[in-house]
Design a protein. Structure first.
Lengths: 118, 107
């Protein structure tokens, strides 16, 4: 059974940093691209970032480019999102999602809440 | 960047009604359009891809159509378990984009 378990969310002040983790199991982690997708309270979904299976190609939404860094450790089956220079508009539930070859999201974690507020 | 516009943002319909949700892309995306269902308090679930291909196990009352810039998701006979927010997603471009979501409720 595919499982994705996010952690690392919490309350952070504007301008602060946070590192999210996503522990994966139930599939061959190193064979799939993985993404972060976020959802602000009461809002729609927003794709944040994707990293390819090998970890050598990364993609970012314009809203986070230059502030967020996605990475993965295939030996630990873990995905990361380093978030710097956080803003109030980054407040959201952050989901990690397994990507298909065609860049759809077929499995989702339960999400971790990030709140940016003073 | 591609913008995806969903309409309506919410709707209320009776059990058994036919429900149609529209998703419009700001530029052509061929048929690289997927739909997700997100029930209250749950994570999104992939329903359809390639505009009209249902995933295994998705009830046949769901259908999708469209190509280019205009797409629709139709529920032929709304059921209580279909209460959810529906999101479209384009996957034609390198930067993926979701629509704003459509909340479906029972009248």
């Amino acid at each position: 059974e595919v499982q994705l378990l996010e952690s690392g969310g919490g309350l952070v002040q504007p301008g602060g940093s946070l590192r999210l983790s996503c522990a994966a199991s139930g599939f061959t982690f190193s064979s799939y691209a993985i993404s972060w997708v976020r959802q602000a309270p009461g809002k729609g979904l927003e794709w944040v970032s994707t990293i390819n299976d090998g970890g050598d190609s990364t993609y970012y939404a314009d809203s986070v480019k230059g502030r967020f860094t996605i990475s993965r450790d295939n030996s630990e089956n873990t995905l990361y999102l380093q978030m710097n220079s956080l803003r109030a508009e980054d407040t959201a539930v952050y989901y990690c999602a397994k990507s298909t070859v065609t860049r759809l999201f077929d499995y989702w974690g339960q999400g971790t809440l990030v709140t940016v507020s003073s | 960047d591609i913008q995806m516009t969903q309409s309506p943002s919410s709707l209320s319909a009776s059990v058994g009604d036919r429900v149609t949700i529209t998703c419009r892309a700001s530029q052509g995306i061929n048929n690289y359009l997927a739909w997700y269902q997100q029930k209250p308090g749950k994570v999104p679930k992939l329903l359809l891809f390639a505009a009209s291909t249902l995933l295994s196990g998705v009830p046949s009352r769901f259908s999708g159509s469209g190509s280019g810039t205009d797409f629709t998701l139709t529920i032929s006979s709304l059921q209580p378990e279909d209460v959810a927010t529906y999101h479209c997603q384009e996957y034609n471009s390198a930067l993926l984009t979701f629509g704003g979501g459509t909340k479906v409720e029972i009248k």
